[in-house]
Ligand binder design. Structure first.
Ligand code: CU
Length: 494
């Protein structure tokens, strides 16, 4: 039997749901580990080389959306179930996505890394406010053939964040233990601060160890410089400084007391008293655990709430949808800043105000299916000053299942079993998952219209398909390609 056919037949049996679920540009997800490539991201790269069908079969729907592997926060106590860690409990929520949890020594593409400090870089599609990232690796002696479970993993790194957007901390230094070598799985977890969820990415690595480790640095990192305050309001401010080489994280001191440890070069301090002067210092913690001198103290005085509000807040950024259905769009955006504080936000749909909210999210409901909407968000300061509009966020609601029944075939669209299309005035039905396969040329489609087409030598046919050849009508007994109907036992005269 034809191998491709076998694969695709299997495909059709594991893909559930209609064509509406398969849009490649969903904006309701937030990021993935880009370097070294996470398993799902590797799948999205593979689809360009091995093709959509095989990539989908191997990795599941994540190939369309490597940023979608989201599950509840709180790993390892909470989070995805054992055996469902790689798929984050099934990612986009389809049965087929559990294929990402498959195991096996030779199953996945391995990324070459070395023991010692390695950089892990994230690609954020929506830079949510973040509380931390944490990294795990499989313990020595784990069984690569068994489902990945918590007990197989050990913590190897934690990067704390202050609740500001993830975008100011894309690359993390994580230590791969010197006693590890060969195939291991790294689990990277991104804890979002303003939703109950986290993003879970596994990275299949092949660790080259032994002798390739650079000797550990013995000296303490340099003292952080260029410490500055910005965005000072009545109750908050932002502290920034320059990156220090070989620093793993930074301790932040307010009036001599440690108030935070962060992985990035920024700290947002909140809950301050108004009209009060605070003094800040930052020290670097080296990857070797050694601590730098404290930086020179930097002072800032919070605003008085009696100050006249004479400025606009910054415009909201990163407007995106956390989930789009036939009738709703779940909007989210990044906080605006204002020197006295932001009071609330206004949400506009196609230029009309549809909501005012104190939160940085709004679910718009009662929408029409398969319709494009344009959203903008504005921030309002405590004194009533209105920001500029955010960039326009364009989103299309999902198609109604019933409406996907009969449409003209589109070479860029993904079809699943049962989808019907019109091509050259004839109606076809998809037999399995396919994309870019012309209905009159591919055996992925069954002709529904009551018309028998001429036999073509390069087209594949399935059992039951009818063709005409030299004036006669033939019917295929089983799958065939290139077998001339008058000259092969695969065909019988109908
Ligand atoms: Cu979001």
């Amino acid at each position: 039997m034809n191998k491709k056919l076998l694969g695709l037949a299997l495909m059709s049996s594991i893909i559930l749901g209609g064509a509406g679920l398969l849009s490649a540009d969903e904006a309701d997800a937030h990021g993935y580990v880009e370097k070294p490539a996470a398993r799902g991201y590797q799948g999205s790269l593979d689809k360009n080389t091995i093709g959509w069908g095989p990539a989908l079969e191997k990795y599941g729907m994540v190939i369309t959306n490597p940023q979608s592997l989201e599950a509840p926060k709180g790993f390892p106590q909470a989070g995805p179930a054992d055996g469902r860690i790689a798929s984050a409990n099934g990612g986009l929520g389809q049965i087929s996505d559990f294929v990402l949890d498959n195991t096996g020594y030779n199953r996945w593409t391995k990324q070459e890394i070395k023991t010692g400090m390695n950089s892990f870089s994230w690609h954020y599609t929506a830079p949510h406010s973040t509380s931390k990232w944490h990294y795990y690796i499989t313990k020595n002696g784990w069984n690569p053939e068994k489902p990945l479970a918590r007990q197989d993993l050990q913590l190897i790194g934690e990067v704390k964040h202050d609740g500001s957007p993830a975008s100011n901390n894309k690359t993390h230094q994580v230590n791969i233990p010197a006693d590890h070598s060969g195939y291991h799985v790294v689990l990277a977890v991104w804890d979002v601060a303003d939703t109950p969820n986290a993003f879970y990415n596994v990275i299949d690595v092949n660790i080259k160890g032994g002798g390739e480790i650079t000797p550990p640095v013995e000296v303490a990192p340099a003292t952080p410089t260029n410490v500055k305050t910005a965005d000072v309001t009545t109750s908050s401010l932002k502290l920034t400084w320059d990156k220090v080489e070989n620093a793993k994280e930074y301790n932040v001191y307010r009036d001599g007391k440690k108030v935070a440890t962060v992985g990035g070069t920024q700290f947002n301090d909140a809950n301050l008293a108004e009209k009060t002067t605070y003094s800040y210092q930052v020290e670097a913690v080296g990857t070797n655990g050694k601590i730098s001198e404290k930086s020179a103290a930097v002072k800032a005085t919070t605003q008085s709430s009696a100050t006249e509000d004479n400025q606009k807040p910054t415009a909201p950024t990163s407007v995106h949808s956390m989930g789009t259905t036939e009738t709703s769009v779940d909007l989210m955006w990044s906080k605006s800043t204002h020197f006295l504080g932001v009071k609330n936000y206004e949400v506009y749909r196609d230029g009309k105000k549809v909501a005012t909210t104190e939160k940085t999210s709004f679910k718009d409901t009662g929408l029409k299916a398969n319709t494009t909407y344009k959203y903008t968000v504005k921030a309002i300061s405590v004194g009533g000053n209105v920001s500029e509009s955010s960039a326009v966020f364009t989103v299309k609601t999902k198609e109604k299942e019933a409406e996907t029944g009969k449409t003209t075939w589109d070479s860029n669209k993904v079809y699943t079993e049962g989808n019907k299309v019109i091509f050259n005035d004839l109606e076809y039905q998809a037999k399995w998952w396919n994309k870019g396969d012309r209905p009159d040329k591919s055996d992925a489609w069954k002709l529904l219209s009551d018309k028998v087409m001429g036999w073509e030598s390069n087209k594949a046919y399935s059992g039951g398909d009818k063709v005409t050849y030299n004036g006669k009508t033939y019917k295929a007994k089983w799958w065939t390609q290139g077998d001339r109907p008058d000259n092969s036992s695969v065909w019988v005269v109908a």
